[in-house]
Design a protein around this ligand. Structure first.
Ligand code: RIB
Length: 301
C-alpha cells in the first residue's frame, strides 16, 4: 500500500504537569521534553511504521527544528517532500497531566505556507493508493488535495482535526472520514454529547465512510449502507494520549486495502485501534508510534 500524507510537522514541547492549568493559574512542570510531532508528521510516521510506502508533503522552516524533523522522518523510512520556507518550523506546546490527558497549543509557522500545491506534489497524490489529510494545513490546500486525489482515484482519508475548519458539504468528496466524538459533533453541527449513532448517521449521509474514535472505548465504524460496527479497544495503562489519534489515522491508512469495502474498513479499524492502544502507553507523539510487528503481536495476544 502506498500512502501520501499532506500535513503539518511540528516540534512538540511537552510539559508534564500534575493537572492542566485553569485560566489565570500558574502550575509548576515536573519536566520538559521535546519530540517530533504535528498531526501530518505523526500520521506519516505511523503509516511508515505500519509497513506502508509513505511520502510526506510538508512545509518546514529554515532552522534547527526543521533539520531535526527531517532527520527523524528519514529514520522512520518516510520519503519527505518538504518545502523550506522563510518562517519558523511549526511548534506545539503540550501539557500532559498525571492521567495522560493533554492540552495543546500549536504555532503553525511554516505549516501555514503549505499552499498552492505544485505539479510535482499533485503528481505524488495521483500516484498514491491512499491520501491522508488533516486540518493543521490551510483549507484551500486541503480542498485542492482532496480534489486532485478524487480525480486520480486515490482513496481520500480525511482526519478532520483539529475541529472547526471543514465545510460539511465537502464531505461528499471524501472517501473515509476519521474523527473523535468532539470533532464528529462539531462537523455534524450537533451539540456536544450527541450519541455516536446519531453522529454516524448525519456524517455518512454525505456518502463517505466514517470512523468515530472513542478513546479507551475503541472506535465506531460505519458506511456502505450497512449497520455501524463498534470495535473495542485494549485495556492498557495510559501514560500519554498525545498523538494517539494520529497513530490511529496513519495505521488505518497503511492497512486499508484498495477495495476499501466494509470488511476492509473494519479490519483497518481493528489494526488502528491496536496501534493507538500501544501509543498511549508511551510518552511523546513521534516516539510512541508502534511498528507493524508490535501491532500484530498485540492483536494476536
Ligand atoms: O495530535 C497531536 C499533535 O497535535 C501534536 O504532535 C502536536 O504537534 C499537534 O499537531
Amino acid at each position: 500500500m502506498s500512502v501520501v500524507v499532506i500535513g503539518s510537522a511540528n516540534l512538540d514541547l511537552v510539559y508534564e504537569v500534575e493537572r492542566i492549568p485553569a485560566p489565570g493559574e500558574t502550575v509548576l512542570s515536573r519536566g520538559l521534553a521535546s519530540f517530533p510531532g504535528g498531526k501530518g508528521n505523526n500520521q506519516a510516521i505511523a503509516a511508515a511504521r505500519a509497513g506502508a510506502e509513505t511520502r510526506f508533503i510538508a512545509a518546514l522552516g529554515d532552522d534547527a527544528a526543521a533539520d531535526a524533523l527531517a532527520e527523524q522522518a528519514r529514520d522512520a523510512g518516510i520519503t519527505l517532500l518538504a518545502r523550506r520556507v522563510e518562517a519558523p518550523t511549526g511548534t506545539a506546546v503540550i501539557f500532559v497531566d498525571r492521567k495522560g490527558e493533554n492540552s495543546i497549543v500549536v504555532n503553525s509557522g511554516a505549516n501555514a505556507h503549505l499552499v498552492d500545491l505544485t505539479e510535482a506534489e499533485l503528481a505524488e497524490i495521483a500516484a498514491a493508493d491512499v491520501m491522508v489529510v488533516q486540518l493543521e494545513t490551510p483549507l484551500p490546500t486541503v480542498t485542492a488535495a482532496i480534489r486532485a486525489a478524487r480525480a486520480a482515484d486515490t482513496t481520500v482519508v480525511l482526519n478532520a482535526a483539529p475541529s472547526g475548519a471543514f465545510p460539511e458539504e465537502l464531505l461528499s468528496e471524501v472517501d473515509i472520514l476519521i474523527v473523535n466524538e468532539h470533532e464528529a459533533a462539531e462537523l455534524a453541527g450537533e451539540p456536544a454529547g450527541t450519541g455516536e449513532r446519531s453522529l454516524m448517521s448525519v456524517l455518512t449521509s454525505h456518502g463517505c465512510d466514517v470512523v468515530i474514535t472513542l478513546g479507551s472505548e475503541g472506535a465506531f465504524v460505519g458506511g456502505h449502507g450497512t449497520e455501524p460496527v463498534k470495535i473495542p479497544s485494549f485495556p492498557v495503562e495510559v501514560k500519554d494520549t498525545t498523538g494517539a489519534g494520529d497513530v490511529f489515522v496513519g495505521a488505518f491508512a497503511a492497512s486499508l486495502d484498495r477495495t476499501a469495502d466494509q470488511r476492509s474498513l473494519v479490519a483497518a479499524t481493528e489494526f488502528a485501534t491496536a496501534a493507538s492502544a500501544l501509543a498511549v502507553q508511551r510518552k511523546g507523539a513521534g516516539p510512541s508510534i508502534p511498528t507493524l510487528d508490535e501491532v500484530r503481536k498485540l492483536q494476536a495476544s
